[in-house]
Design a protein. Structure first.
Length: 230
């Protein structure tokens, strides 16, 4: 309902561009939070068809965990270490997550806002982190306790689902998922943005997730990020 309120208010106010912030939880959701974010994504992309005579464009940006944000695992681990805990909990040793800083996320939103055509979902190419590497970067000598995956939690996160590979366009630093249906705005070519941004076709059954990602941060690189947070 919040998403629909923003859409309605934007149309009424004559806003020219709206870009919604999504999350990897919205791709193949398994909990209510992810399902509502997916519903929000669908509302914003479909809103391009209800603008009527107004010249308004809606798009979405989807990215992973923001490093150091409230509720993320790094501040949680640091708090436990400052309290002199002798162990750190790990849900599953195989777990991976996407990793993006707040500054990187903001810059990506701004750049996407400048080129958006309407209806597409922008997904940045960002690194993955292994939970075990994160613990090693924080406290290499500490013991760990396997506590199991929590309800509604994934082993690996997805940002470009396999079911949508036909609609995915790969650029040098980001992906674009084009909308399934386009009515009022006509046919947009989501494989290029201007003369400099040209996409290539992804492989059949392509999926962009935190496990098959080719870009992982090393333990030393994770330490550098943690130092900035401290």
């Amino acid at each position: 309902m919040g998403a629909q309120n923003v859409i309605d208010a934007s149309i009424s106010a004559g806003v020219s561009k709206v870009i919604a912030l999504s999350t990897d939880k919205a791709a193949n959701p398994i909990n209510l939070y992810g399902a509502t974010k997916l519903a929000s994504d669908k509302l914003f992309t479909a809103a391009n068809n209800i603008g009527g005579k107004s010249d308004i464009t809606f798009s979405v940006v989807r990215y992973g965990n923001v490093f150091g944000s409230r509720g993320s695992v790094v501040p949680f681990y640091i708090d436990l270490l400052e309290k002199n805990n002798d162990t750190l909990p790990i849900t599953d040793e195989r777990m991976t997550r996407f990793w993006i800083t707040l500054e990187e996320a903001v810059n990506f939103v701004i750049s996407s806002l400048s080129i958006m055509k309407g209806g597409e979902i922008f997904v940045p190419k960002i690194p993955s982190v292994k939970i075990t590497d994160l613990v090693q970067a924080l406290a290499p000598d500490i013991k760990t306790e396997i506590v199991g995956i929590r309800p509604g939690e994934k082993l690996h996160e997805v940002m470009c689902p396999r079911d949508e590979y036909q609609k995915i366009h790969e650029f040098d630093t980001f992906f674009v998922i084009e909308p399934s249906i386009s009515f009022n705005k006509g046919e947009n070519n989501y494989s290029e943005y201007g003369d400099s941004l040209k996409a290539k076709k992804v492989a059949d059954d392509f999926e962009y997730n935190s496990f098959n990602n080719e870009w992982y941060l090393s333990i030393e690189e994770i330490k550098t990020y943690i130092d900035t947070l401290k």
